[in-house]
Design a protein around this ligand. Structure first.
Ligand SMILES: Cc1ncc(COP(=O)(O)O)c(C=O)c1O
Ligand SMILES: N[C@@H](CCOP(=O)(O)O)C(=O)O
Length: 515
C-alpha cells in the first residue's frame, strides 16, 4: 500500500526507501492505495542557502492531505451512546460544546486511514522518529495524519515534544513488588515539565492557523490551571507570539509552576479560589470573548495527548501492555490514552486494549467515589489540599470521558492517601526515578493492586509519570526533612551535617555504609 507521503512526493514514489534521496521537485503524481511500500519522509538532501527546517518542509511535502484524511468535532455523547449524529463542526470553528451542552470529541476518517494498513503506519511512524524534519521531529506531529491531518506544516507550533523515554523500572519492580516487566512512561520529561506539552502543541497550532486564516477570531488564549496547563500554554504561546492568559488558584501551586508562565510573559491572574472556581471563570470568559479555551474541555488537546499511548505501543514494538496506570484530575488524559490505544487497535497496529487504571489522591477523589458507587452516582466534591496539587480537582470536566475509557477497558480506579503517595514517590526515587507527587499517586495505586494480587508478577505494566519531579522540590524537601505533620516520612534520606575534618567525614560514611 502507498501512503500519503508518497501521494505527492514524486521522488519518493518508487517502492524502495533507498530510492528516496530527495523530495524536491515533486510532480504531485496521485496514486491510489495499493501494494505495500515503505514510507519515506526523509527531508530534502540539500537545504537551500538561508532556509530553515520549516521552509525546507514546504519543498518536501506540498501535500494536499485534506482529500485523504479529515477530522471534525462531533458530540461526545454520540460516541458514548453509540448513536450516529448529523451534528458536526469544522475544527476551524470556535466551539467547545455540543448543542445539548455536552462535550465534543474529534472524530477522524478511520476508513480513509484504514486504506493504508497497519504496516504502512508502523513504518511511517518509525521512519519519522528521532529526526529533525519539520514537524516530524515532534512525537506528536510524527503522527500528524492521526492528530490534525489538515493543518499545514507552516502553521504548526512545536518544540519537538513527545518521544519521551520508557523508563525500565527494573529495580523498583523486582525488589519492591516482585515484578519483572514494569515501566514508567516519562511524560514529564518534556519542555515545560509535564505531559501538557503534548496537547498544547496541537491546540496552539490550531489557534495559530485560525489567527492566520481568520484574523480577529482569536485574540488571546486562556486556561484555568493547577500549574502545568498554564506552563505549557504560556510557553507555546510565547514561541508563537500569541497572547496568553492563565487563571491560577492563589497559593495552591508550586513555586516552580508559578514562575513558568511569569517567565514566558503570560498574563497571570492569581485568583482567590480553587481550581474548580478558576475553571468556572475561564468557561464564562471564553464563552463571551475572543479568548480561546486551552483546557482539556477543548477536545483538540486530547488529540495531542493521545500520542503518548501510541508511543508506548511503538516503544514495545507494537505489543500492548497489560496495564496502564494514570493519575487523574480533570480526567482528560485518561480518555486521551484510551483514544490513542483505541486508534491503534481500530487501525490494526495492536490487537487488544490494555486495562486502564485511574489513580486519584484520596483528598480529591470524585472519580474513585463514583467508581465505588457503580458509576451512576457521580457527585463533584470539594477537593482538599493534597501534595499532588496538580490533581486537586473536585469537579472534573471530563468525567464522562473517563468513565467511558474505564468501562471500555475493564478499568479500575484506585486512590492514595497523602502518606501513601509521598512514600510511593520516595520509594520510586530510591530506585533512580525522580517523581512528582502525581506519579506518586500512580505508584501507590500500583503498589496496592500488586499487593492485592490484581496485577500479577509478570504483567507488563506501564505507570504514566505526568510531571517532572523538579517542579515539586518543596514537597520532596519537606518529606526528606521529616517536616510533614502526622506523616512518618519512612523513606526520608536526611543530609548529614559534618565538620571539615577527614575523621568526621569518614566516621559519617562508615556509619552509613560500613565501609
Ligand atoms: C502533573 C499532572 N498529573 C496529572 C494530571 C491529571 O490529568 P487530567 O487532568 O487529564 O486527569 C494533571 C492535571 O490535571 C497534572 O498536571
Ligand atoms: N492539572 C491541570 C488541571 C487542568 O487540566 P486540563 O488538562 O483540563 O487543562 C493543570 O495543570 O492545570
Amino acid at each position: 500500500m502507498r501512503g500519503p507521503d508518497q501521494l505527492s512526493s514524486a521522488r519518493a514514489s518508487t517502492s524502495s526507501p533507498a530510492s528516496c534521496q530527495s523530495l524536491h521537485g515533486s510532480s504531485r503524481r496521485q496514486q491510489r492505495p495499493g501494494r505495500a511500500a515503505q514510507p519515506c519522509i526523509r527531508a530534502a538532501a540539500t537545504m537551500e542557502a538561508g532556509e530553515d527546517i520549516r521552509e525546507q518542509a514546504k519543498h518536501r511535502a506540498p501535500l494536499d492531505k485534506s482529500h485523504l484524511f479529515g477530522a471534525r468535532y462531533i458530540p461526545f455523547r454520540s460516541i458514548s451512546h453509540n448513536k450516529p449524529t448529523q451534528e458536526q463542526y469544522s475544527l476551524d470553528e470556535v466551539v467547545y460544546r455540543s448543542e445539548d451542552g455536552g462535550l465534543l470529541d474529534v472524530q477522524h476518517d478511520i476508513e480513509a486511514l484504514q486504506n493504508y494498513g497497519p504496516e504502512y503506519w508502523k513504518a511511517l511512524f518509525d521512519s519519522r522518529t528521532g529526526r529533525t524534519a519539520w514537524p516530524f521531529g515532534s512525537g506528536v506531529w510524527s503522527k500528524k495524519e492521526w492528530v490534525l491531518p489538515d493543518i499545514s506544516d507552516e502553521h504548526i507550533v512545536s518544540m519537538f515534544e513527545g518521544n519521551s523515554n520508557l523508563f525500565w523500572a527494573e529495580r523498583f519492580g523486582r525488589e519492591q513488588l516482585g515484578m519483572s516487566d514494569l515501566w514508567v512512561k516519562q511524560c514529564g520529561n518534556s519542555h515545560t515539565g509535564s505531559f501538557k506539552d503534548l496537547g498544547m502543541t496541537v491546540l496552539v497550532s490550531q489557534v495559530n492557523r485560525l489567527r492566520k486564516t481568520q484574523p480577529n477570531l482569536v485574540q488571546a488564549v486562556g486556561c484555568a490551571s493547577t500549574g502545568d496547563t498554564s506552563a505549557a500554554l504560556a510557553a507555546y504561546c510565547a514561541w508563537a507570539g500569541i497572547p496568553a492568559i492563565v487563571f491560577l488558584p492563589a497559593n495552591k501551586i508550586s513555586m516552580a509552576q508559578l514562575v513558568q508562565p511569569i517567565a514566558n510573559g503570560a498574563m497571570v491572574l492569581s485568583i482567590d479560589t480553587d481550581f474548580d472556581g478558576c475553571m468556572n471563570l475561564i468557561k464564562d470568559v471564553t464563552a463571551s470573548s475572543p479568548i480561546y479555551l486551552a483546557n482539556s474541555m477543548n477536545s483538540l488537546r486530547l488529540e495531542g495527548q493521545k500520542t503518548a499511548a501510541i508511543e508506548i505501543c511503538q516503544q514495545f514494538d507494537w505489543e500492548v501492555p497489560d496495564w496502564v496506570i494514570i493519575p487523574g484530575g480533570n480526567l482528560g488524559n485518561i480518555y486521551a490514552f484510551y483514544k490513542g490505544f483505541k486508534m491503534c487497535r481500530d487501525l490494526g497496529l495492536i490487537s487488544r486494549m490494555p486495562r486502564m487504571v485511574c489513580a486519584q489522591a484520596q483528598n480529591a477523589n470524585p472519580l474513585y467515589q463514583a467508581y465505588k458507587n457503580g458509576w451512576d452516582k457521580f457527585k463533584p466534591v470539594k477537593a482538599q489540599t493534597t501534595f499532588a496539587s496538580a490533581i486537586q480537582i473536585g469537579d472534573p470536566v471530563s468525567i464522562e470521558r473517563a468513565i467511558l475509557a474505564l468501562e471500555a477497558t475493564d478499568g479500575i480506579v484506585e486512590e492514595a492517601s497523602e502518606e501513601e503517595l509521598m512514600d510511593a514517590s520516595a520509594r520510586g526515587d530510591l530506585t533512580g526515578m525522580f517523581n512528582c507527587p502525581h506519579t506518586g499517586v500512580a505508584l501507590a495505586a500500583l503498589i496496592k493492586l500488586r499487593e492485592n494480587g490484581t496485577i500479577g508478577p509478570t504483567d507488563r505494566t506501564v505507570v504514566v509519570s505526568t510531571a517532572h519531579g523538579l517542579k515539586f522540590t518543596q514537597s520532596k524537601t519537606a518529606y526528606h526533612s521529616k517536616e510533614i505533620p502526622d506523616m512518618s516520612c519512612g523513606y526520608a534520606n536526611q543530609p548529614v551535617q559534618v565538620k571539615e575534618n577527614l575523621g568526621d567525614v569518614m566516621d559519617a560514611i562508615r556509619k552509613r555504609y560500613q565501609i
